[in-house]
Each structure stands twice: as C-alpha cells, then as structure tokens.
Design a protein around this ligand. Structure first.
Ligand code: CA
Length: 439
C-alpha cells in the first residue's frame, strides 16, 4: 500500500489558478498522465500531466531545466508518444517525478516562471491512446452486474458457482480500444431472433455501453513468476475510465461456448488521463467479503487487502441524444455507481491473472467489468437498466431508450473525494454512435 506524503496534502494550492477551483478534476493533488499534442500544429505526441485547465508539457519542462539531472533518463521516456517505457520504470520513478512536479507547481515554487511557459491549455489539445496496449483482459468484478445479467438468462440460478471463488475474466482485443472522442459506427453482426430458423447479418439493434474502470499495468513480471497479492499494486501504474461498448444481440447468439467475440471487439473507449495509484492513496477503503460468502483462497487474501484494498471512486454515465444536442441540452446523468462495489480488488485481479505464470507487460489494460451497484440507479449498462430491453428508461426531456440509437453520445466520468482529501477527477471517456456502414 502507498502511504500518504506531502503531495497529498489537502491544503496544497498551485500557482496555476484553475487548479484551485472546487469543480476542477485536476487539482495539484491529482497530477494524472496523458499523451497529447496541440491540435493543428503538426506536433508530435508526447506525455503531459494535467493541472487545472492546463497540461504540463513534460518534454518542454525537461528542456527548460525544471527537473534535476538525475531524472533525465525517466524524462526522456516521456518524449515518446506512448507511456509504456515510463510505466516500465516502476513506482519509485513515478513517485519521484510526482513529488518534483508537485513541488514545482505549488504556490511560491521558484520554478513557476520556467514552468509557466510549458503549460498548454487543455482546450487546445488532442489526445492519443496513452499506452501501446499489448494485451487487454476484461474482468467481471461487480457481483451486482453478474447477478442482474445472470437473472436475465437463468432466473432460478443467476450467479454461477465459480463467481465467488474466481475473479472471472476473458482475454479481449486491444486494437479497437480508442481514446475519448473516437466515434464509431454501429457494428454489423450475426443476429438471430429466438423464433427464427437462421441468423441474419444486420446492424446491431441492442447496442449498449458498459461503465468500467480501466487498470493499466506498470512494471511487468517474468513469465513463470506469479505476482503475489501484496506486491500486486506495485505493478499497477494507474486507473482510467473505460467504456466497453457491447452489442447484446450479437453477444447473445455468439457467446456459447467460448464467451464474447465480435460483440465486444468493434470499439472500446478510454479516458485520455491515467490517475496514478499514488494519487489514489487518500481514497482507499477496506475491502470486505460478507461473512456468509465464501472467503478467498489464501493467494487472494491478506491483511493489506482487508485494510485499504478497495478504491472509493464514484462513477457516472451521462447520455446526450441527437435531439438533446440539437436543442442545446446538456448531457443527462443516467447512472451513479462506485468502484468500491467491486467484489474483487485490483490486487486480486493482478494476483489471479499471473498465478499461472502468465506474464503481464507495461501498458497492458484490465477492464474491471461493468461496475454496477446494488440500486436501480447504479447499474452500469442499459441491459440491466432496461431489464434486457423490456423496460425502457425515460430521459428527462421525454425521449426513452431501451438500447442506444444512432447519434447518442455516452460520457463516462469519475472522481474521488472524501472529508480528508480534495476532489480529484478522471476527465471523461466520451464517444458517439454513428450509423452503421454498408457492408
Ligand atoms: Ca465488459
């Protein structure tokens, strides 16, 4: 577990005024990473850190002499259009850079004049997927989601017997994971109505979002060398927002016996910003397993897990339909959940994934699985919110939805806050459903 240090001090303020407002996602206590460039300038993509409404251009800051010499090798990795090499350097390096940035951005810092010239307004930036995601694994860690979905298929036996023992997951596809703002076309696929003799190839009619947390691996492990539970978070760089778009009708026909395939691989959306595990230290909660549930096997249980293994991260889904956009209406919130609902922790996902010797690599991405809470307003997918498409949700201005329509924009947001720490946010993961292409 990471301890609190001076970078988490809630009274810290920045000389960047926009970092000190109550509504910013990016106060000085956050300092998340992205890969960005100024739009329309023909620049190369590189790493930046968010502060208020700005981005610290780390390449420019390094060249301006803001950092000590001994940090040069680490900073050189941040010139690249991917964070993988920086992620591979490990938590001492990430932490040293965070501390130096915090000291340089706080009120009264002697570096402020040099560093001010290295700030770029986020309004002028465009982003890229922040890491080369070699492998992507999607988990299924909300027991509420697993139960709600299970009920639709097996009313008498919603939760399969392995669920409470194994952090369930499958290996997904990374090539179609795109950064926020990458709109995508409604996918085609094989659809088969229950009463039809044969499937047809048509555009998906039951398109859905999935509210998930993305987990980026930092330092990897050698093949054959499992990561122990209490070292697992040393291998995690940080968290992002993750929308695992899902074609429920394609999924329903194709998923047996090997699981999801083309119903998931057409598009997924990540937020540009990765909030580091160190930044999340003030928002940890105890991980618990109800005493009448099976307790984890020893390799998935520890004192540290029980004392701070969960993350209190509020998660939201917003929708803006084409009609809302045309009338200038703001997106409407349709779900509020929390990552602390996860039945399995980040450390358990890492430990279980590697227990067979599987090697994780810097930049690999885990999806948490749809992070539904126990209440109707906290479910993270339309499949659950509409009970399999049977009960439409009503939007405030009179439209209703069972599944997504063309022109719908879905926005995921996330933030952490408590009595002892300021609000830090994750920005957003946003994309719009475009009409199906001809095939
Ligand atoms: Ca998923």
């Amino acid at each position: 577990m990471l301890n609190l240090n001076e970078t988490h001090n809630p009274s810290l303020r920045s000389w960047v005024a926009s970092a000190n407002t109550n509504d910013t996602d990016f106060p000085i206590q956050n300092l998340p990473f992205a890969i960005f460039r100024r739009a329309g300038h023909g620049e190369s993509y590189r790493a930046g850190v968010a502060i208020g409404e700005h981005i610290v251009d780390l390449r420019a800051a390094h060249k301006a002499g803001v950092f000590p010499m001994e940090m040069t090798p680490a900073l050189k990795t941040l010139y690249k259009p991917r964070l993988n090499k920086f992620m591979a350097l490990g938590k001492e390096t990430w932490s040293a850079l965070r501390l130096h940035l915090s000291n340089s951005l706080k009120e009264g810092a002697p570096q402020s004049a040099q560093l001010e010239a290295c700030l770029i307004p986020q309004a002028q930036a465009e982003y890229k997927i922040p890491a080369r995601i070699g492998d992507y694994t999607d988990f299924y860690t909300s027991i509420h989601h697993a139960t709600n979905v299970g009920k639709l298929f097996r009313p008498d036996n919603p939760l399969l017997p392995n669920y409470q023992w194994v952090p369930i997951g499958y290996h997904g596809r990374s090539s179609s994971i795109k950064v926020s703002g990458s709109d995508f076309h409604r996918p085609h696929g094989q659809l088969k109505a229950p009463d039809a003799d044969a499937p047809v190839l048509e555009p998906c009619k039951r398109l859905d979002y999935e509210l998930e947390v993305g987990i980026y691996i930092g330092e990897g492990n050698e093949i054959g060398s499992p990561i122990k539970l209490d070292q697992a978070e040393d291998h995690v760089f940080g968290l992002c927002l993750f929308n695992d778009w899902s074609a429920r009708d394609i999924q329903g026909w194709e998923y047996q016996p090997l699981g999801p395939f083309l119903s998931k691989s057409f598009a997924s959306t990540v937020s540009p910003w990765i909030v580091t595990m160190e930044a999340l230290a003030p928002y940890r909660q105890n991980w618990d397993r109800p005493s009448d549930h099976p307790q984890p096997l020893p390799y998935l249980d520890s004192h540290d897990l029980r004392n701070g293994g969960a993350v209190d991260m509020q998660l939201e889904v917003y929708i803006q339909t084409a009609a809302m956009r045309a009338e200038g209406m703001e997106p409407e919130r349709i779900a509020l959940s929390n990552f602390n609902q996860s039945y399995w922790s980040i450390s358990q996902m890492v430990a279980h994934h590697s227990v067979n010797g599987c090697n994780l690599k810097p930049g690999d991405l885990f999806g948490s699985g749809t992070m539904s809470g126990p209440n109707p307003e906290s479910v993270g997918a339309l499949l659950e919110a509409t009970v399999g498409g049977r009960e439409p949700i009503m939007l405030g201005h009179g439209e209703k939805r069972t599944f997504l329509e063309d022109g719908d924009t879905v926005i995921l947001k996330g933030h952490c806050v408590n009595d002892n720490a300021p609000k830090i946010g994750f920005g957003e993961a946003k994309a719009t459903v475009l009409p199906a292409k001809e095939v």
